[in-house]
Write a protein that binds this ligand. Structure first.
Ligand code: ADP
Length: 399
């Protein structure tokens, strides 16, 4: 069955068509600047190896974007499908499922209402995700659709891991707790880790380091997530591209007072102007630039990368303790898959776990690689993530 995977943001829409039987990627693309001047659709027919086709064309709303995507997919010249009937189901990435959604679900009117109900937990993401659902429903009313939640995989966390030590009312009234994000990736990578290791998923302890522009880490014990670093929102935990990760919450009031800002303004700085971008003294949030600066002797780039890696290593230690041990450490996402420099920096802290870096293997990137030596007692791997394939699998399983 062909699955159309949709990841819809407020002004962008990423899409892929995946054949769920062979897991082959047939086509992919991206609509950008939806509702803004200069909208662009990028489309690639993978079957024909056509290369990227970029077209600037007006997209006043998401309906127009989805109709352009469907047009490209069925176009006589560029299409991978003869007609829309060849799309068996649509899988939508939905950022926040609150406590209501512990697994992926077929989208019904009740599900849409329930997603709206938890939208105040992700006011920037859920409404945008739902616009994508509406647009697909309008153009393909008879095609089944599935919601795949970023938070669902983490719903197995025990209370002691997800509760904040705050007045109980905040949880009872507002559901303030740790939810965690990147769940589709943590689930995909921890399962892939078990497959690569040739061990049953429910018999190993894995720490997944999802290191991308957004970064999070999870402890997966015998097939269940028992802890993760992101919280009520994606701001908590690791240092990220522009997010601060963990800080003393009192800093918010302190800076608001000093800079005459509101709490919301300070939190916006924590989300958009902090992280390695801030530590590098505003040089970049991209690790390729930071590595270049580090090697060239830029002390701020060094600080940014060293602080980032130190935070990852501290979480690895915490999660090894939480699981009373660890068997595998999996590095994934843009930085985890591509930066041997960052992996080596993190691994220098992990000798006490019995992990030794295989320096030659660590030079590889973008594929499954064992980066620890054979005599290490805990093994470290690069395991590429594939969130779209994970969404396609979940969708096919329900349709
Ligand atoms: P997100 O999905 O959160 O936007 P990605 O997982 O795509 O993030 O990761 C993006 C980050 O990966 C970039 O900011 C960049 O820092 C890093 N990255 C990509 N390729 C490389 C590379 N070859 N070396 C170092 N870092 C890289």
């Amino acid at each position: 069955m062909n699955i159309l995977v949709i990841n819809c943001g407020s002004s962008s829409l990423k899409f892929q068509v995946i054949d769920s039987a062979t897991e082959a990627l047939l086509a992919k693309g991206l609509c950008e600047r939806i509702g803004i001047d200069g909208s662009v659709i990028t489309y690639e027919n993978i079957v024909k190896n056509s290369g990227k086709e970029v077209n600037e064309t007006p997209m006043p709303d998401h309906n127009k974007a989805v109709s352009l995507v469907l047009e490209a997919l069925t176009n006589e010249k560029t299409g991978v499908l003869k007609s829309l009937d060849e799309i068996g189901a649509v899988g939508h990435r939905i950022v926040h499922g609150g406590e209501k959604f512990t697994t992926s679900v077929v989208i019904t009117d009740e599900v849409i209402e329930a997603i709206k109900e938890v939208s105040d937990l992700a006011p920037l993401h859920n409404p945008a995700n739902l616009i994508g659902v509406d647009a697909c429903k309008a153009l393909m009313p008879n095609t089944p659709m599935v919601a795949v939640f970023d938070t669902a995989f983490h719903q197995t966390m025990p209370e002691k891991a997800y509760m904040y030590a705050l007045p109980m009312d905040y949880y009872n009234k507002y559901k303030v707790r740790r939810y965690g994000f990147h769940g589709t990736s943590h689930s995909f990578v921890s399962k892939a880790m078990a497959e690569v290791a040739g061990k049953p998923y429910d018999s190993i302890k894995t720490i997944v380091c999802h290191l991308g522009n957004g970064a999070s880490i999870s402890a997966v014990c015998n097939g269940k997530c028992v802890d993760t670093s992101m919280g009520l929102t994606p701001l908590e935990g690791l240092i990220m591209g522009t997010r601060s990760g963990d800080i003393d919450p009192a800093i918010i009031e302190f800076i608001a007072g000093k800079e005459n800002q509101t709490a919301a303004e300070v939190v916006s700085v924590l989300n958009k102007k902090s992280g390695v971008f801030a530590l590098s003294n505003g040089k970049s949030s991209d690790f390729r630039d930071l590595e270049e600066g580090y090697v060239a002797g830029d002390k701020f780039c060094k600080l940014a990368i060293d602080a980032f890696c130190y935070r990852v290593a501290k979480y690895v230690g915490a999660y090894a303790a939480a699981m009373n041990g660890v068997d595998y450490i999996a590095f994934t996402a843009g930085i985890g898959e591509n930066s041997g420099f960052v992996r080596a920096n993190v691994m220098q802290y992990l000798g006490y776990l019995g992990i030794k870096l295989d320096e030659e293997a660590n030079k590889g990137r973008g594929k499954v690689i064992k980066i620890s030596t054979d005599d290490s007692t805990v093994q470290a791997y690069v395991i590429p993530t594939n969130e779209e394939l994970a969404i396609a699998r979940e969708t096919a399983a329900l349709c």
